[in-house]
Design a binder for this molecule. Structure first.
Ligand SMILES: *[C@@H]1O[C@H](CO)[C@@H](O)[C@H](O)[C@H]1NC(C)=O
Ligand SMILES: *[C@@H]1O[C@H](CO)[C@@H](O)[C@H](O)[C@H]1NC(C)=O
Ligand SMILES: *[C@@H]1O[C@H](CO)[C@@H](O)[C@H](O)[C@H]1NC(C)=O
Ligand SMILES: *[C@@H]1O[C@H](CO)[C@@H](O)[C@H](O)[C@H]1NC(C)=O
Length: 793
């Protein structure tokens, strides 16, 4: 039995450990839920042998890619009972590579299976690769009640495994303390303590109220409001509110109201908007769906009816599936918000402060401020950074005023890609928040002269530079938008813009970038809802030193956060934000951000790099190791994921980023280094010259960056589009190799494998006993595919 009683007792006894490392004032950790069912049958196939043996015959290059994908999927499903699907509207052809990404969502009885996707990557009539997590079982089993009884409920499994993990680690720690020795895993007691805190946090966030609503379960069977209230009991960080919801359950349920919304256009299934939901900041979108739950044997899945909710809260934006039959069962939760972690302050070390800001200068310790120009990239930002159509401007009310033309030109940090403003109150509303106004000169030139003060004045002192800080955030975010754009994060691929210039994708989703956000310290986060809804970046002050450091000024943090938007929209398609929720895929969501941030600051002279070192005032940065090809400096390998402390997404991400860093260095050794990551600007006709940036090409082949650093960024971003929803390390590795096949004809096959193998992710690397949240036993493989055997590592 693992009831609430046992778990809270455990949490209490662990409090001593946790309190030994209090987070600095105001550095409270954000509560966040994240778990979901394992999909034991999900596959990603990127080898031509896997694809041709399925019986599918490549089509003529003239066949429309959508038809090719449909023929392929019909063939793939031919022996299956559950064969019905819809082609998702966010499917698109990628202009960067010429590959068409087609997304299929499974339907059963006309209802979506929310976690059943096939993504097919098509080029010239051929299927290059595909991922498949469709439900494979018979339709007959749908109404078999005994399967519900025997199902492995993800929330329960998740909390049981967290509890086991805590008990084991705590026991190890206790023994090591007594013996005052190294722990069995070779870690020091301090490392063990630190390793415990994310597990304690996760346990607290996810499991504290896991068993509470049990008694209320059957009361709310089949009722949206009840299921939603039960989710809010688990989700709210406010304990008083939980108690009140439990005490006045019926009142809360009756105060909520659900209204059906029927869309006029075909294709979107009907949904409900639920009002008056406690602790939310907007009405909740609710939908009926099925999800797959693993059977007791664990090798296949059964379908279970759920309500799917999109719940926007102050510090979280959840996509959750709650059982419609037994609504105390939360089946899966993804938080579209992602954090950077809060590091421990590194006290007593003297550091300087500098005034710095240009692209490539990672933080104020790396250079001086200089006057930079608005970057007019006719492809990425055709009307620049300060122009937005009246119709897409949320502050402009078309019913009250007549627009003076199509575009509105602003003189503030407000444009088509980014709305940047202060958010000292830490609230959700942002439109009326302060932004610097440079007037008609558009010269945003403000003082930045941080001074040492008393702690009581440090916050006001930092606020005194708000003009500068918002300007910096606006500049960095717009350049990142343009940079990602040129590597394929376009409108059709689901990027963030208010207006899409008729180039596809869903609109009205520029990034809301809040500087000096008052909802926290020593962190940053990014919320990525599906395409067509604004991304939200919150940058915080860091109070680990006086004067306070402002995360807005550290490009690496901003790049990392924006990369959550990139990877979430590209993986599994623009309209699916639920693909990088936890475990290895959630970890890679963190790792890509570190990898890209490091790629941006790197120079031709090799160097190791840290993350967040300036803001955190910590020489080694906020990760366990600097990124380095030197195994003494950074010993991470695939197997490292098994170690204590590698439970959370940031630790997993660090291993992934290190592997990518090593792979990148191998590509640089072969192809050299480009001093700029920005491709040449297009000419007046919109054609992009090859310059010294791209390889010479013939015909309508995609443009492929020529140098090792630019090529590695391109392969990593293109691979995000190829990989399946909820990718593993293996899937993401295979997608990078598949991207190279598509872009260069596989020229770097052995170079890439050498990089992956160097850090244990060779072709025979293994994961046994995997759990969706990253558990299991891993085996490194340092070998190479036979095709590369002649090469030495
Ligand atoms: C805004 O700028 C665009 C050029 O970027 C120009 O065509 C347009 O006339 C300007 N609109 C107003 C209202 O000044
Ligand atoms: C920001 O700039 C404006 C002028 O554009 C100035 O009036 C204001 O005082 C500045 N704010 C701060 C906090 O310096
Ligand atoms: C790289 O190092 C060389 C020699 O030490 C130096 O001349 C050059 O300026 C450096 N380049 C960069 C981009 O730092
Ligand atoms: C790797 O790092 C260690 C520790 O800093 C150093 O002693 C060693 O020389 C480095 N190895 C290489 C090949 O640079």
């Amino acid at each position: 039995m693992r009831g609430l009683f046992t778990t809270s007792l455990l949490a209490a006894s662990l409090a001593g450990v946790v309190l030994a490392h209090p987070t600095e004032n105001g550095g409270k950790r954000r509560k966040t839920l994240g778990f979901g069912p394992d999909r034991p049958h999900a596959v990603f196939k990127s080898s031509p042998y896997d694809i041709t043996t399925s019986g599918f015959i490549p089509q003529s290059a003239l066949t429309s890619p959508m038809d090719v994908a449909r023929i392929f999927v019909d063939d793939l499903l031919r022996d299956q009972e559950a064969r019905s699907y819809r082609v998702r509207k966010d499917s698109y052809t990628d202009e960067t590579t010429g590959i068409t990404h087609v997304y299929f969502r499974q339907l059963v009885d006309g209802v979506e299976v929310a976690d059943a996707d096939i993504n097919v990557n098509v080029q010239d009539g051929m299927v290059l690769s595909y991922g498949d997590s469709f439900y494979k079982g018979p339709l007959l089993r749908l109404h078999d009640r005994s399967l519900v009884e025997g199902a492995r409920w993800p929330h329960t499994e998740h909390c049981n495994s967290l509890t086991d993990e805590l008990v084991t680690r705590y026991e190890e720690l206790r023994r090591s303390r007594m013996a005052n020795l190294q722990t069995p895993m070779g870690n020091t007691v301090e490392e063990m303590e630190e390793a415990l805190s994310p597990i304690v946090d996760a346990h607290h966030s996810n499991c504290l109220y896991h068993d509470v609503p049990h008694t209320l379960a059957h009361k709310s069977k089949g009722d949206i409001e009840g299921a939603l209230l039960q989710f809010m009991i688990a989700a709210t960080p406010n304990d008083d509110l939980v108690n009140d919801m439990l005490a006045r359950y019926d009142d809360y349920v009756s105060e909520m109201s659900a209204h059906p919304v029927n869309s006029f256009a075909p294709g979107e299934s009907p949904y409900f908007m639920v009002n008056n939901v406690p602790d939310t900041v907007n009405p909740v979108k609710a939908k009926m769906a099925f999800v797959q739950i693993p059977t007791a044997e664990g090798d296949s899945t059964v379908l279970h009816p759920v309500y799917k909710f999109e719940v926007e809260m102050q510090d979280n934006w959840y996509e959750a599936a709650v059982s419609a039959e037994v609504p105390h069962r939360i089946i899966s939760v993804v938080d579209w918000a992602s954090d950077s972690p809060i590091p421990k302050p590194d006290e007593g070390r003297q550091t300087g402060t500098y005034n710095v800001f240009a692209w490539g200068v990672n933080d104020p310790s790396e250079g001086e401020r200089s006057i930079q120009k608005e970057y007019f990239d006719a492809l990425a930002s055709p009307v620049g950074w300060h122009t937005i159509p009246y119709a897409n401007d949320p502050t402009f009310d078309m019913t009250r005023a007549k627009p003076k033309g199509f575009y509105k030109n602003t003189t503030t940090t407000y444009g088509n890609n980014v709305f940047a403003q202060e958010n000292w109150e830490g609230r959700n509303a942002y439109l009326d928040n302060y932004r610097p106004d440079a007037g008609s000169s558009l010269a945003f030139d403000y003082k930045y002269d941080p001074k040492e003060t008393d702690r009581t004045d440090a916050l006001e002192e930092a606020k005194g530079y708000i003009n500068n800080t918002v300007t910096q955030l606006f500049y960095t975010c717009n350049l990142i938008h343009d940079f990602y754009y040129r590597y394929g994060f376009t409108e059709a691929a689901g990027n963030f813009q208010q207006y899409n210039f008729g180039r596809g994708g869903a609109e009205n989703d520029g990034v809301i970038a809040n500087a000096q956000d008052g909802s926290g310290y020593n962190n940053a986060n990014f919320m990525t809802p599906p395409d067509g809804q604004n991304g939200r970046m919150r940058m915080y002050l860091w109070n680990t030193i006086i004067p306070y450091r402002d995360g807005d000024l550290e490009a690496g943090i901003v790049v990392h956060e924006f990369a959550h938007g990139l990877s979430t929209r590209l993986t599994g398609g623009p309209a699916n934000s639920g693909c990088l929720g936890w475990g290895e895929s959630g970890g890679m969501g963190e790792g890509w951000g570190d990898f890209i941030a490091t790629s941006i600051r790197a120079t031709a002279n090799y160097s190791d790099y840290t993350m967040g070192a300036w803001a955190a005032n910590r020489e080694g940065g906020i990760r366990n190791y600097p990124y380095s090809t030197n195994e003494t400096v950074n010993p991470s390998t695939y197997k490292t994921l098994d170690k204590p402390g590698y439970w959370g997404v940031h630790a997993i991400g660090e291993v992934w980023a290190e592997i990518l860093f090593v792979v990148q260095q191998r590509l640089i050794a072969v192809h050299g280094f480009s001093d700029t990551l920005f491709p040449p600007l297009p000419d007046a006709e919109g054609n992009v010259p090859e310059g010294d940036f791209y390889r010479a090409r013939s015909g309508k082949k995609p443009l492929v960056p020529k140098h090792g650093n630019t090529l590695s960024v391109q392969l990593v971003i293109s691979a995000m589009k190829l990989q399946p929803c909820r990718p593993s390390f293996f899937d993401a590795r295979d997608a990078i190799i598949a991207a190279d096949e598509a872009l260069t004809g596989g020229e770097n096959f052995c170079t890439l494998w050498k990089g992956f193998s160097e850090r244990g992710l060779g072709p025979d690397a293994k994961l046994e006993g995997s759990t969706p949240w990253g558990g299991g036993i891993r085996t490194n493989d340092h070998s190479l595919p036979t095709a590369c055997a002649a090469d030495k590592l």
